[in-house]
Design a protein around this ligand. Sequence first.
Ligand SMILES: [Zn+2]
Length: 462
Amino acid sequence: MPTLTFLGATGTVTGSKYLLETGGERLMIDCGLFQGLKELRLRNWNPLPIPPSTINWLVLTHAHLDHVGYIPRLVKDGYRGEILATPATVDLAKITLPDSGHLQEEDAAYANKIKSSKHSPALPLYTLDEAVKSLESFRAIDDSKPLELSSHFTLRFFGAGHILGARSIEVTIRENGKTLKVLFSGDLGRYSQLIIREPAVPDAADFLLCESTYGDRLHPTDDYQARLAKIVETTAQRGGAVVIPAFAIGRTQELLYIFRTLIEKGQMHSIPIHVDSPMAIHVTDVYLRHREDNNLETAALESHGGQPFSPPNVHFDRTVEESKALNNAQGPRIIISASGMATGGRVLHHLAQRLPDPRNTVLFVGYQGAGTRGQKIQSGAKFIKIFGVDISVHAQIEDIGNLSGHADYGEILKWLGRISSPPQQTFITHGEPGPAESLKEKIIQQLHWKARAPVYLEKVSL
Ligand SMILES: [Zn+2]
């Protein structure tokens, strides 16, 4: 009998990893890193319940680290199969995985320096070299048609509308004359987006795994572009800078696209805009190279020779020197920098520099996970620890939730509602306990489907 094991993304938005087994074959869907709270991060060090060498295939929904960041470790621990993903996901993973390896090495070096680890010496989960090596196993697939892996497993892909290359994955399992479909939503994006096409809806599923990041929330529906322009204008009038911690993939490109539009329409003055994240700069190149997921408006703009991600006065700061020079830069400007939840990266320098000054604004544009610096600043912390120093928070703190890359519960229910028949079971994954529970209740009450949130390492028969 086919089984499904939840190796992550239960009670958390991180660590997405699912295992399907049938007829002696093993297929893994996503291979994400646990992030955020320490008890979650420690799970990255637990061996998987099955040897990685016994997994036949790994297929990816998209290139965010909470879906791909464990891959180098999986390969290091013996996985020898192919890693299948859309061409854009492969190109994005070539950027995110080496960067992650570099960060793992930095974290280990820092732990050794301050002797914070029980282990001596502290070791990285994987190194930059191991991350680069794991890329050799990637294979870009043609996701426009079904992909038969074996007599047991066939895959179909549906645009998930989340980031470039993101897909929902339908797995058809055949065993002993019985056929069933398991649908993995992946991370679902929003409807009516600026750059990426909205999510497509698979027709049916016997078992469904549905993400629930925003299972308890609706995104605001106000004119957020006008609000964004006002935040920038008000800060500029004070002579301050707007620091935006932004995910390198997706959010940075949307911000550039919006600033370009606002300035062109005369709704915002043109001030220097710095993209201070080497990863975001590389990712922007990938967005320009892969147009297959573009919505009509973006596609039309590009086909007329427009540069969607180049507002006037934009500076892509590639070198450390350029980044450091920004610290001393006076006067109005916008600084877009990663990481999006202020857990690391160059944005920490900008926050340490700009948070104490009330002329500045720190603007959050995406999900801030539990325990992250971003979430602490967002919820009104007066001090925040950066590089071991308490930094006082006097800057204006703003939040524009409309730019989230995730569907809210209304959009998730809309997506689910278009699936033609009720699945035998809907598993609520990829959400913190509150949002997951909230979405479960809504699915039961509004769609009258069976739904439940699985627990970590739970194995179910299908
Ligand atoms: Zn994602």
